[in-house]
Design a protein around this ligand. Structure first.
Ligand code: SAM
Length: 419
């Protein structure tokens, strides 16, 4: 058991409470941290903020060592602000330790443990590879912004339509009565979906209970703790099941999709919005970089721990094999940093850079350390070099993304949606 409250003062460089409050009052809107800049505010902060001349290359020989620069997420709201301050030409790293505990307004889960200076869920020990503390909660909220803007782009809508960024692509009309958000994280998607669909009852489920009590403002959303790979605890069937960023989470992805199928009402929809660590670029600038190697190591480390984290590109096949119809896969490029020259791609990249750089650090202990047995010193070296690449705008990389949705047939036959 840990002190699971987060103290913003311990980590000045991250937007700690992400606008969440356990008190469930005081204007929480389920959206991004108040401090976050709207895209229109940061769009003028164009190129030349953090370029390195070339990607870092890792020396993975067993004896090679180097001093590790402990870096922290330089993703303060101020880092995203279009400010009057001179623009730095170099990557900005800060030598700060992690805050050991969650304090302040960020919501901690008492069923947690501290390990390596981070807080991890302990409902199912070792089941999940990422922490559940303040830094992770903020990372998830930045990722929410990237994904909702990308979905707007994919819809052909105005990517700056905030606060009405898109939440899904499946052709669902109206308010589906019962909605389940599996692995809801901070609950940011579930809260926003409930707010915009007042006739829907939305449940967010997760291993960690780190979601705010918003019952006063958004009474149609609730949260439960569950391991979705266990027998489902819900006493209802659903009309829409949503999963985002779950590619590292499951021992058996297909089995989760089968459970979703079994617990959907006829005609109900499932939608994944997911990603891959197998980073890519259209001009090969990612090749040979430390970041490129990091992605391969992370995938190998997960495999060593029995996880297929390359599952997202298989969701479509899994859905079809299970019996979903009208299955659509829409691959997308989640721009890794602000390298794109056009808007809104550049702005999406700026949000993704924050969450991407942090995930490199936070997931590496489990995947590269535990999975592949890479030493702590080497691990820190890999992380530092990969994070440097992640903010290098000369590396035109993206995280391959996938939106995949499908519908449970209205009866046992495959019925085209138009019927
Ligand atoms: C990368 S986060 C994504 C959070 C959220 N879907 C979002 O996009 O903001 C993955 C979440 O899934 C949860 N999770 C992992 N394995 C799970 C499982 N077996 N059952 C339920 N939740 C799980 C984690 O606790 C974490 O909150």
């Amino acid at each position: 058991m840990v002190d699971n409250q987060i103290n913003p003062a311990d980590s000045p460089s991250v937007p700690h409470d992400a606008g969440r409050s356990n008190e469930g009052s005081k204007g929480h809107n389920g959206l991004l941290p108040d401090q976050l800049q709207r895209p229109s505010e940061i769009s003028n902060q164009d190129v030349d903020m953090v370029d390195s001349s070339q990607g870092a290359t890792l020396d993975l020989t067993p004896n090679s060592t180097s001093a590790c620069q402990q870096t922290v997420l330089d993703s303060t709201p101020s880092a995203l602000k279009a400010s009057a301050e001179p623009v730095s030409k170099e990557p900005q790293y800060h030598e700060q330790p992690y805050p050991p505990f969650a304090r302040g307004n960020t919501i901690g889960d008492s069923v947690s443990v501290e390990e390596r200076g981070r807080i991890w869920q302990n409902y199912k020990p070792d089941k999940y590879f990422l922490p559940n503390d303040a830094i992770e909660q903020d990372r998830l909220d930045f990722a929410h912004k990237s994904y909702s803007m990308i979905l707007n782009l994919m819809k052909g809508a105005d990517a700056y339509a905030d606060p009405d960024d898109a939440l899904s692509l499946a052709p669902i009309t109206g308010d589906p009565p019962r909605v389940l958000d599996i692995g809801t994280g901070t609950g940011i998607w579930a809260i926003e979906y409930a707010r915009r669909h007042p006739l829907s009852k939305v449940i967010g489920s997760d291993l960690s209970l780190i979601q705010p009590d918003v019952s006063a403002e958004v009474p149609n959303v609730s949260f439960v703790r569950e391991d979705v790979e266990d027998e489902w605890i819900h006493d209802t069937s659903f009309d829409f099941i949503h999963l985002r960023l779950m590619f590292t989470c499951f021992i058996n992805h297909k089995d989760v999709i089968q459970k979703a199928f079994d617990n959907l009402n006829p005609g109900g929809w499932i939608e994944y919005q997911d990603c891959s660590f197998n980073i890519d670029s259209d001009d090969n600038t990612h090749r040979g970089t430390a970041l490129h190697q990091w992605g391969h190591l992370a995938i190998a480390g997960a495999a060593a721990k029995g996880r297929d984290i390359e599952a997202a590109r298989k969701y479509k096949r899994y859905m079809e094999e299970i019996g979903f119809v009208d299955v659509v896969e829409r691959p997308f490029k989640l721009f890794g940093n602000s390298w794109p020259r056009t808007q809104p791609e550049k702005t999406i990249g700026r949000f993704t850079e924050v969450s991407g750089k942090e995930v490199i650090r936070s997931v590496s202990a489990k995947l590269l350390g535990e999975g592949l047995g890479i030493s702590e010193n080497k691990l820190q070296e890999i992380v530092a070099q990969s994070q440097k690449d992640a903010v290098n705008r000369k590396i035109h990389f993206y995280w391959p993304g996938y939106v995949v949705y499908g519908r449970k047939p209205v009866d046992n036959r495959s019925v085209p949606q138009s019927e």
